[in-house]
Design a protein around this ligand. Structure first.
Ligand SMILES: NC(=O)c1ccc[n+]([C@@H]2O[C@H](COP(=O)([O-])OP(=O)(O)OC[C@H]3O[C@@H](n4cnc5c(N)ncnc54)[C@H](O)[C@@H]3O)[C@@H](O)[C@H]2O)c1
Length: 265
């Protein structure tokens, strides 16, 4: 029992959470704080994770450059110590929802590029910069958030029919599906490349998480799920923490689903 407890004690461990301001990222960061980790949140805009023990915020631009990422990680390691864990739970949206959510026939190449670059290229640059440092120290764990879409399945667009409200469009765009599929492939490639170097890389594909979506959407989505409901954000945090910890020391290169059984149906 003590061993189990020790495995979940992240004292002296530095974990970078990219997108740690978001719905899932902030819940993970709060949980890591309770487990004594030092978390570094990389996100845009204002810090939402205020006054939480051992959580530090670094504001970043939407698009990373190789040199920019190196500078950020240099400064993290100088100020806080070697990075042990990386959780990528960022997701890029463009300002104009109509462009982001537009149909395949109307999808502009510039929106496509912005989303694919934001989701996939940034994940690659961060994984490479931090992963190679982990390789040099022979220890580390990376967890990349993908999605049920782009992993096992394409979106069931019937779920989104008639679920938009006046203020909120509900659908899932092709750029999202493709970039999330790419992150899954990236995770497997890095996992096999670094398996001999003590660095594990896994992906997590959540299903829909409840976040005050319209009643119509929640009903339509839940009908597709064996559990008959969306996930609560608290139900997402256990798996990334398990994957960071030594409890998962023989797991690498996997894409694990938290989807209430949706992908099994
Ligand atoms: N919430 C869901 O229902 C759901 C379902 C399937 C998959 N996912 C995936 O889980 C992850 C987390 O989702 P979420 O619901 O918390 O999303 P969210 O939109 O609440 O949070 C994403 C965060 O990423 C940040 N971000 C954007 N670009 C960034 C960058 N370049 N660097 C760092 N941060 C950046 C945003 O500012 C935001 O705070 C995402 O990868 C998402 O695709 C979520």
């Amino acid at each position: 029992m003590n061993d189990l407890k020790d495995a979940l004690d992240f004292s002296d461990k530095v974990i970078v959470v990219a997108g740690g301001n978001g719905l899932i990222g902030s819940a993970i960061t709060k949980a890591l704080s309770k487990l004594n980790a030092t978390s570094i949140v990389l996100d845009q805009g204002k810090n939402n994770i205020v006054d939480i023990k051992n959580v530090h915020f670094i504001e970043i631009n939407q698009s990373y450059s190789q040199d920019g990422v190196k500078k950020i990680v240099d400064s993290i390691e100088l100020n806080f110590g070697p990075v042990f864990g990386l959780i990528n739970c960022m997701t890029t949206k463009v300002k104009d929802e109509n462009l982001y959510f537009s149909a395949i026939s109307d999808y502009t190449l510039s929106t496509w590029k912005e989303i694919v670059e934001g989701n996939l290229h940034n994940t690659f640059l961060l994984c490479r910069e931090i992963g190679l440092r982990m390789v040099s120290r022979s220890t580390g764990s990376i967890v990349n958030f993908c999605s049920i879409y782009g992993a096992e399945m394409g979106p069931d667009l019937r779920i989104y029919e008639k679920t938009s409200t006046e203020n909120k469009l509900m659908t899932t765009p092709v750029s999202y599906t493709v970039s999330k599929g790419g992150i899954q492939a990236l995770s497997k490639h890095l996992a096999t490349s670094w398996a001999q170097n003590g660095v594990r890389v896994n992906a997590i594909s959540p299903g829909g998480v409840f976040n005050n979506q319209s009643k119509e959407f929640v009903r339509a989505y839940s009908n597709r799920v064996p559990f008959g409901r969306m996930a609560n954000v608290e139900e997402i945090i256990g798996l990334p923490i398990f994957l960071l910890s030594d409890l998962s020391s023989y797991i690498t290169g996997q894409n694990l689903f938290i989807d209430g059984g949706l992908s099994a149906w």
